[in-house]
Design a binder for this molecule. Structure first.
Ligand SMILES: [Zn+2]
Length: 142
């Protein structure tokens, strides 16, 4: 569900992200090169990192590998992967962020080119990388 809170902010470098009014705890941050290298080195969908953290190689992560990390609409480029969670008791989730001109983090999302609500398929051919603000404006339009 998209809300008016399109931007995520890093607050005073406390490694706390605010996303859609929810606090997200940063477990770790990684460069895109580092994550892509780890993915290419295995066929497993559970990726183990040298620091002991792990993440699931989802189709969303695979989209950024296959189609790049730039928003197809505005061109902002996802440059940092953040392993984060709302609840430290739960396994963290790997999200890709771009950093905008104000230094604010912008979440990169998986856009359905042909919207799911209009019969668009849930497969790679129908996905594009898109930042959350652009995806929010696009909504259900093709
Ligand atoms: Zn965009």
């Amino acid at each position: 569900m998209l809300t008016s809170h399109t931007y995520s902010k890093v607050k005073q470098n406390t490694f706390t992200l605010v996303q859609e009014s929810k606090l997200m705890f940063q477990v770790a941050t990684y460069s895109t090169d580092f994550i892509f290298e780890k993915i290419s080195a295995t066929r497993s969908n559970k990726i183990m990192l040298p620091d002991g953290n792990k993440f699931r190689n989802s189709i969303r992560i695979q989209l950024f590998v296959e189609k790049g990390t730039e928003c197809v609409t505005c061109g902002i480029n996802g440059t940092v992967f953040v392993l984060e969670t709302q609840d430290l008791k739960l396994p963290p989730h790997l999200n890709l962020y771009a950093v905008d001109e104000n230094g604010e983090y912008v979440l990169m999302t998986k856009d359905h080119i042909h919207p799911k609500s209009k019969g668009g398929l849930d497969e790679m051919e129908n996905f594009n990388p898109m930042c959350r603000p652009c995806n929010g404006k696009k909504a259900d339009k093709v």
